[in-house]
Ligand binder design. Structure first.
Ligand code: URA
Length: 234
């Protein structure tokens, strides 16, 4: 059971104060009768609630996989820049957030949800969830870099990075690598390469825990998680 105005605002119909007015003005019906009290308790899963004649379904949690494009920021709102939430055109709830941050110029897997417990499980430093990145690096990436990352490198924090797995896909003037890290420190991949004197020129996240970026999603595209993906995460 929840308040009618709260339910409608959670479903993104309007702000609490807008909804109070709209309800008192008769814009909302519950099971065919006009509901005039914003504080009325409703059971959204059992009752048919309409706003201006349109049925408002109840969704408790939403889970989207986004292939974040470069140029968009990992935040819920921003006065100037486009955010990852602006890309989720079919969202129903207004309390969605990105699980962790990717830099503005980083692409790839980003989970968008309003499930705080799941986010906590994925982000908690104690859980050591693997994150796999693909990157292009200016210059040759070497076996020494691989060894350094396996031992942990000094990126200017109190502690060295945890052991990370570097796979060199090609080593040339521009190298291509996959890096698996188990932490999520600020700018971590870029700072790890800086620590060995190299620059990341392209970065894309491929996976987070068991969740793998669907390679049919173009940059900027998204879809809901499947039941199987959700089970893997939960
Ligand atoms: N590491 C970085 O440096 N940037 C990201 O966006 C993610 C990991």
């Amino acid at each position: 059971m929840m308040r009618l105005d709260k339910f409608l605002s959670e479903m993104g119909v309007g702000t609490r104060s807008e909804l109070k007015k709209a309800i008192r003005a008769g814009a909302v019906q519950i099971d065919g009768r006009t509901a005039l009290r914003p504080e009325e308790k409703v059971e959204p899963e059992q009752q048919e609630i309409t706003y201006q004649g349109k049925q408002i379904g109840y969704v408790q949690y939403e889970y989207y996989m986004l292939n974040k494009p470069a140029g968009v920021i990992s935040a819920t709102e921003d006065a100037a820049a486009r955010t990852v939430l602006d890309l989720i055109g079919t969202k129903k709830r207004k309390d969605l957030f990105p699980v962790g941050r990717l830099d503005k110029d980083t692409e790839g897997l980003l989970l968008i949800t309003n499930d705080g417990d799941l986010a906590h499980r994925l982000l908690s430093p104690k859980k050591h969830v693997d994150k796999v990145y693909f990157a292009r690096i200016a210059g040759r990436v070497t076996e020494e870099d691989k060894e350094a990352f396996a031992l942990g490198v000094d990126i200017g924090d109190e502690k060295l990075t945890l052991p990370a797995k570097l796979q060199i896909l090609c080593s040339d003037e521009v190298s291509e690598i996959e890096l698996t890290i188990r932490e999520g420190r600020f700018h971590q991949v870029k700072r790890m390469f800086e620590a060995v004197g190299k620059e990341v020129i392209y970065l894309k996240r491929l996976s987070m825990g068991q969740l793998v970026l669907d390679d049919s999603l173009a940059a900027g595209a998204y879809r809901e998680l499947t039941k199987e993906e959700l089970n893997l995460l939960c």
